[in-house]
Design a protein around this ligand. Sequence first.
Ligand code: HEM
Length: 250
Amino acid sequence: MSTAAAADAPSMRAVPPNRLIAFYRSSIGKKWIVALTGLVMVGFVVVHLIGNLQIFLPPAYINAYAAKLKSLGPVLWLFRISLFAAFVLHVINTIQLSRMNRVAKGERYVKEATVQATVASRTMFYSGLILLAFIIFHILHFTLGWIPTENIHVMDYAPEAGNAKDPLLHNVWKMLVGGFRNPFVSVFYLVSMGLLCMHLSHGVESTVQTLGLRTKPLARPARYLSWGLGWAVFLGNAAIVLAILFGFIK
Ligand code: HEM
């Protein structure tokens, strides 16, 4: 660790608020925030994917799962607010870091340095921007129901939605099937999932590095973990979209 980075590193003792602010403003502090908020979002993406894969089971499963999530009430809101806060901190600190890097290194050096970099690492900022557009579209589409595709927010009687207990149930299964029958929507999702794969396949590796875990013996496993996670998320999500688009789920 350089002397400057060592001076920035968090201390285990109680840190006075002005040191916390100084840490937040330092480049190492911003890297930590980007890394930790990124991990929170990776956790969400993996859990979200596992939940969504229930589309391959009879409709009762995913509909009951969605109803269970909605029934969490304030806990769900706490979770949504935390996820949103992680997201905002991630975006703001990434933008600030890229500005700081540009100022510190100068344009010429940045251009030379990228020769060694992978496509995924060079395009992190842009893949992140497109993912931002995807998340806005996705929430307008499924959470708010403002994008007109088939069966948005249909409330079905329980037997039809596949659940015997509730009288009326949001038929999420029907909503997903209706949503991905639209080829434009499906293609947009597939492209976004490809970018998410690129973003994760570099992001997880640089998180491991920021947290100081990318030691020599761990460098290769960290790379495999990063790529494995990126591809697993891509393949899982793409399988949902393609299975519906090509009529395997209908
Ligand atoms: C094919 C892939 C995906 C499917 C089928 C899917 C499906 C869904 C569904 C059904 C909902 C809930 C809508 C409702 O309120 O009833 C939802 C919400 C959401 N999804 Fe996805 N999703 C996918 C990918 C993603 C990805 C990759 C991300 C993040 C990068 C993401 C982030 C979110 C967020 C933030 C919400 C809002 C959560 C909330 O309102 O509590 N989704 N998604």
